[in-house]
Design a protein around this ligand. Structure first.
Ligand code: HEC
Ligand code: HEC
Ligand code: HEC
Ligand code: HEC
Ligand code: HEC
Length: 215
């Protein structure tokens, strides 16, 4: 089953590459919005091109060349992704390491001054989906079967192991999607916060009350 799927995928990729190299690009053009007549993507392409890439990176590589090696980038489109993304567009190779994507990615405070910074759960949601299992990129639950983070209690006795207390509380609005008023948690707030209180880790909106000392 998986072998058949893999073969079908590689045949499609080959067909796309051959068509693109033959300057027709019709098969690739069907998947990616690109007009053969004008030789351009649609006018809103800059705002939406990331989604096509996150869903099927190969369809971009067929015309734009490598997305990992600047020297091989550009392709028949003669537009290199690195011309606008000098640091590249792919996750680093060791990203599956929990200390990388979890601690140095998802759990950092969002960075409003760098549009490309891989920091904060909201950043991940852009490609992995608003509920982290419904985006153009793979679901976080493909590894973390229950939540977009380790299973409960997600509380280790050593700080070097996975531990939710390492989360920057600027991510609370994302946690609130699933943990409002103690949902999905064995820890519930004992008091009801005033209506309209912004989500926070220690203000009774999510799991903890105001009496818990901040780490
Ligand atoms: C059929 C070939 C083809 C495919 C497939 C293709 N592109 Fe392009 N792309 C081009 C060409 C040619 C240009 C230069 C003309 C233009 O700006 O539209 C271009 C330009 C671009 C630009 C620059 C647009 C601008 O306003 O400067 C971006 C960004 C881009 N492509 C992203 C992508 C992404 C992401 C994918 C995959 C989802 C993709 N392309 C797939 C041919 C292609
Ligand atoms: C003409 C400049 C330009 C080119 C060329 C370009 N991009 Fe982009 N790209 C942008 C801009 C600007 C954004 C931010 C758009 C936004 O935030 O809505 C972006 C965002 C992205 C993102 C989302 C990044 C993030 O962290 O949210 C991805 C992925 C991406 N581009 C992939 C590509 C790929 C793949 C190519 C080559 C096929 C490419 N881009 C070529 C300008 C460009
Ligand atoms: C611009 C789109 C985009 C953003 C933003 C993004 N991802 Fe991804 N992510 C992808 C795509 C596409 C893949 C699958 C291809 C790959 O492995 O690079 C992926 C794969 C992954 C993987 C699997 C890596 C592996 O080697 O198996 C992890 C883990 C991951 N992302 C975590 C995160 C986290 C955490 C964040 C937020 C800090 C994040 N991603 C933000 C697009 C994105
Ligand atoms: C898309 C939904 C979702 C989001 C977003 C989410 N969680 Fe969770 N979380 C869950 C689910 C579901 C569980 C229960 C997992 C289990 O049964 O193992 C859980 C469990 C937990 C637990 C363990 C609770 C216990 O009873 O021991 C902690 C701690 C936790 N989440 C923290 C966070 C933090 C911090 C954030 C924000 C950075 C967050 N979660 C974002 C769905 C989510
Ligand atoms: C390729 C598999 C894989 C994918 C995909 C993946 N993770 Fe992880 N992640 C792991 C593993 C393995 C751990 C460590 C597991 C543990 O300690 O229970 C981990 C740990 C984490 C941690 C905890 C880090 C710490 O030090 O406490 C967070 C947060 C996290 N992942 C968020 C995400 C988010 C958000 C996504 C989706 C954007 C995602 N992960 C997708 C494999 C993955």
């Amino acid at each position: 089953m998986s072998k058949v799927k893999w073969m079908a995928g590689s045949c499609l990729a080959m067909a796309l590459a051959v068509l693109a190299l033959g300057c027709s690009g019709s098969a690739a053009g069907k998947a990616t919005p690109f007009s053969e007549a004008t030789g351009h993507h649609p006018s809103n392409w800059i705002q939406v091109h990331y989604a096509g890439y996150a869903a099927t990176p190969d369809q971009c590589r067929s015309c734009h060349g490598s997305t990992s090696d600047p020297a091989q980038a550009g392709g028949i489109a003669k537009v290199s992704c690195f011309s606008c993304h000098p640091k590249g567009v792919d996750h680093p190779s060791n990203w599956a390491d929990p200390l990388q994507h979890g601690r140095m990615g998802a759990q950092l405070a969002p960075n409003p001054t760098d549009a490309f910074a891989m920091a904060g759960f909201a950043r991940c949601a852009k490609c992995h989906g608003s509920t982290f299992d419904n985006g153009p990129a793979i679901s976080c639950k493909s590894c973390h079967t229950k939540a977009p983070h380790p299973d409960k209690p997600w509380l280790s006795t050593t700080l070097l192991k996975s531990n939710h207390v390492e989360t920057d509380s600027a991510n609370a609005p994302e946690c609130a999607k699933c943990h409002n008023a103690g949902a999905n948690s064995s820890m519930k707030p004992l008091a009801t916060p005033p209506a309209g209180t912004a989500p926070g880790c220690f203000n009774n909106t999510l799991c903890h009350g105001t009496s818990i000392p901040k780490p």
